[in-house]
Structure formats: structure tokens, C-alpha cells
Design a protein around this ligand. Structure first.
Ligand code: CP
Length: 318
């Protein structure tokens, strides 16, 4: 499925809500744009002017280390002004609604809203309610598109292409927006994706998704080129999806012992934050095959590309 370069292609979306709705050409265009931005972060003066005079708000209703700071850095590198909003220190704690919050921020002249929310569908709702560009920074179990983009960017940068690669996404798939965005981006770019986990952590209607499923990490580990270990999302688990943490680690943890069966050039990924010793041993997280911190570095360039492109599309639509 070699993608032909289309010189006429023009990015037209003023919102980035998810990767499900993007085609391979659009995803590739974001990755190529990010590649162009990557060198800005290595300059002595780490700034470029494309968003000068634009106002970006980080509207986070859920905690974040990587995504939030990465968006802040990306906006700053493109010379935008940034408002940092947190639920705890805002009037949301006094009962103000999401829509009123967004409308009030819009009245201050924001151009781009980067939103993270516990409820799926909030970014889409917001995109229909305000004029600013909306970028999804993670909504419920639904999507985390910039994580999906930075993951495929990292794989493409190291392996050259995703076409023909076998990728295992392991662990708490059911509660993972990262798994969903990764799945869409990876399969659209030609990779084969295998969801691996206990039956209780695999989504109910997985047969409708473009993936295969395995309940045995030991059967999959030797076949894959990339393994993406997901965090067990204790804050979202209902009931007891596995008998004990020790048992989960035994069957689904990425251990030094298990890594002996993997291809020598396997890429080990994790979106963070890691539960060290649970889904992955520290020796693996910090080992030679790990690209976890490269994912974080690449996230800045990818988010610069996203902010740049949505702003450009908004300017063209006026
Ligand atoms: N990967 C990710 O979304 O991490 P944060 O929750 O720290 O943003």
C-alpha cells in the first residue's frame, strides 16, 4: 500500500478530533509536517514565528504530564501565547459548565483549544459549539490522536515505514484511548495490529475493529516488530478484571526474561505514565530497545505540526 505523494494535497481540517476520521494521506501529511518542525527544537533559539499573535488554551479537565507540557512547549516554540487552564483552580469548581467555560475563554480571543476530558465526545461537542480550532488531547476511552501520531512518527523515524510491520498493543485495551488512536494510525499506514491482554481487558466489540486478538503475550512476542505496553488504568477499572497484580504481571508483563524471545530490533513503547514492575520491568523500560523517551521528544514536533495545520486551515476558511 505505497502512498503516492499528492503535491496538490492541502490540509483542510481546523479541528483534530480523532484519527479514525483521517485517511493515510492526512496522517502522512501531519508526520511530514512534524519532520520539518523537528529541527526547531535543536536550534540555539528554539522559536519559529508561525503562530505569533495566536492564543492557545490548554483546557485540561484531567491530569497530564506529557501531553499538557508537550502542547505548551509546541505552542511556545511556534511563538503562540498560551493560557493554562486547570479544573481545580478554575470556576468549574464553583459549578460553571464546560460550554460556559469555553465561551468565556473564546470571548478573550482564543484561536485554538487543546482539550482533555474524562468524557468521550467532549472535543467534538466543543468543535460544534465554538469558533476556535479544537484539538483533542484525550477524551475518555475514545481517542488520543496526538499520542497515536507521535507513536507512528517514532516508528516511522526508526523503521522507515509502518507498512508490513507487526505491532502488538498489550494490556488494558478496553480503557485505552491510546490503543484506539494507535490502531487507526498504524493500520491506515499499513501495519498489522494485534491486541494482547486478558479477555476482561479486551473491548467487547473488538471483532468490528481492524485488529486481531491474542490472549497470550508469549505467543505474540517473538513475531512482532513493535510492542506497545499500555498502562493499567486503575482509575477506570470497574470490578476486578484480573485476580491479582502479580498474576497480571506474570502473564502480560514485559520482563527481561520475556524479551529474550523478542526480535533483537523490537521497539519497546509505552505512552506513559508507566507502572514500573507491573506492565513492564524497569530494566526493559530503560533498556536498549526502549524508545519511550524518544516518543516524548517526538511528541513536541508532532504537536507543533498539529497546531500549525489546524491554524492554517482556520485561516484559509475565513
Ligand atoms: N501519554 C499521556 O497521555 O501522558 P499524560 O497523561 O502524562 O499526558
Amino acid at each position: 500500500m505505497a502512498l503516492k505523494k499528492n503535491k496538490q494535497f492541502r490540509w483542510q481540517r481546523k479541528h483534530l478530533l480523532g484519527l479514525r476520521e483521517l485517511n493515510a494521506e492526512e496522517i502522512t501529511y501531519i508526520l511530514d509536517t512534524a519532520k520539518g518542525f523537528e529541527q526547531i527544537s535543536t536550534r540555539a533559539v528554539k522559536k519559529a514565528p508561525p503562530l505569533r499573535g495566536k492564543l492557545v488554551v490548554n483546557l485540561f479537565f484531567e491530569d497530564s504530564t506529557r501531553t499538557r507540557n508537550s502542547f505548551t512547549l509546541a505552542a511556545s516554540r511556534l511563538s503562540a501565547d498560551i493560557i493554562e487552564f486547570t479544573k481545580k483552580t478554575s470556576s468549574v469548581s464553583k459549578g460553571e459548565t464546560l460550554l460556559d467555560t469555553a465561551k468565556n475563554l473564546e470571548a478573550m480571543g482564543i484561536d485554538i483549544v487543546v482539550i482533555r476530558h474524562t468524557a468521550g465526545g467532549v472535543p467534538k461537542f466543543l468543535s460544534r459549539s465554538i469558533n476556535a480550532c479544537v484539538v483533542n488531547a484525550g477524551d475518555g476511552f475514545c481517542e488520543h490522536p496526538t499520542q497515536g501520531l507521535l507513536d507512528v512518527y517514532t516508528i516511522r523515524k526508526i523503521k522507515g515505514t509502518l507498512e508490513g510491520l507487526k505491532i502488538a498493543i498489550v494490556g488494558d485495551i478496553a480503557h485505552s484511548r491510546v490503543a484506539r488512536s494507535d490502531m487507526w494510525a498504524m493500520t491506515k499506514l499499513g501495519a498489522e495490529v494485534i491486541f494482547v491482554g486478558p479477555p476482561t481487558l479486551i473491548p467487547a466489540q473488538v471483532n468490528r475493529l481492524p485488529v486481531s486478538v491474542s490472549y497470550s503475550l508469549d505467543e505474540v512476542i517473538e513475531k512482532v516488530d513493535v510492542i506497545n505496553m499500555l498502562r493499567i488504568q486503575f482509575e477506570r477499572l470497574g470490578g476486578n478484571p484480573f485476580p491479582s497484580i502479580r498474576e497480571y504481571s506474570h502473564y502480560f508483563g514485559l520482563t527481561v526474561e520475556r524479551m529474550k524471545k523478542a526480535k533483537p530490533d523490537i521497539l519497546v513503547m509505552h505512552p506513559g505514565p508507566i507502572n514500573r514492575g507491573l506492565e513492564m520491568e524497569s530494566e526493559v523500560a530503560d533498556g536498549a530497545n526502549s524508545v519511550i523517551l524518544q516518543q516524548v521528544t517526538n511528541g513536541v514536533a508532532v504537536r507543533m505540526a498539529v497546531l500549525f495545520l489546524v491554524n492554517q486551515a482556520a485561516a484559509q476558511s475565513h
